[in-house]
Design a protein around this ligand. Structure first.
Ligand code: SF4
Length: 246
């Protein structure tokens, strides 16, 4: 690129970075290609247009990709020993609705994606038939621990506390309107206390300023498919839909 063209561009870049710093942004994840394009003079002239709001990262708040990179090939707890895949999460990183489950099962461990087994089918049914939403486009789904607990046991306290910082960062990155905690371990982890789920399901709570609904885990519905349980989840998701439409 000619020096005469490069200087104003660099000036604009510098001013824009100062502006971002003033706003509290501390990092900007950027594709390597972008820098290559700058050098070749093919980068967009309008700097703002090359950065989507999702790519701008505010103080203490990373993008989902940055959170996943930090998690890496994690061995922070003993669940790493028996896992095949880390199940980070899936769906729309800008979703208004996030479902938080307990931990991956055998199918999830095998495929590396959350809720892909029988409970996953049930959750998809709840989202797509019960809520008329699209699972991949309208929601993001993750778990409180990213590796499969052996024999599908509940995650233990030390495993939850090792993995929880990544769940917190995921939720901070997504900033949904509503979080739905699926089952007791997810509800207890997010609320930081022992939650009696049969008593408290269907009630609204708050997690870091985000509305939090508690409901049964889809696996519970498979195990106990009573009319009463199905009706309960139906009522809970109706409340969530109403909140999303506000
Ligand atoms: Fe790391 Fe979480 Fe897996 Fe433990 S469960 S090894 S903290 S990713």
């Amino acid at each position: 690129m000619e020096t005469s063209k490069r200087e104003p561009l660099l000036r604009e870049l510098k001013n824009y970075l100062i502006h971002l710093k003033d706003q509290g942004y501390t990092e900007i994840p950027c594709e390597a290609d972008w820098f290559a394009n700058v050098q070749q003079g093919t980068a967009p002239q309008e700097l703002h247009s090359s950065l989507s709001p999702n790519e701008m990262v505010s103080k203490n708040n990373k993008s989902l990709t940055a959170v996943q990179t930090e998690l890496g090939d994690c061995t922070r707890c003993k669940l790493s020993e028996g896992r095949k895949n880390i199940v980070f999460g899936s769906g729309n990183p800008n979703a208004d609705l996030v479902f938080v489950g307990e931990g991956p099962g055998a199918d999830e461990d095998e495929q590396g994606f959350p809720f892909v087994g029988r409970a996953g089918k049930k959750l998809t049914e709840i989202i797509e038939k019960g809520m008329s939403l699209n699972r991949e486009k309208d929601t993001y789904i993750c778990n409180i621990v990213k590796c499969r607990p052996p024999g599908n046991r509940d995650p233990e306290a030390d495993e939850i506390s090792a993995c929880k910082p990544f769940l917190i960062q995921q939720l901070k990155a997504i900033k949904p309107k509503v979080i739905v905690a699926l089952g007791k371990p997810a509800a207890s982890t997010l609320l930081g206390r022992n939650v009696p789920i049969t008593k408290e399901r269907g009630t609204w709570h708050e997690y870091e300023g985000i509305k939090l609904m508690l409901t049964y885990h889809p696996a519970y519905l498979i195990r106990f498919p009573t009319l009463e349980n199905r009706k309960a989840v139906h009522e809970d998701i109706k409340k969530v839909l109403k909140e999303l439409k506000k």
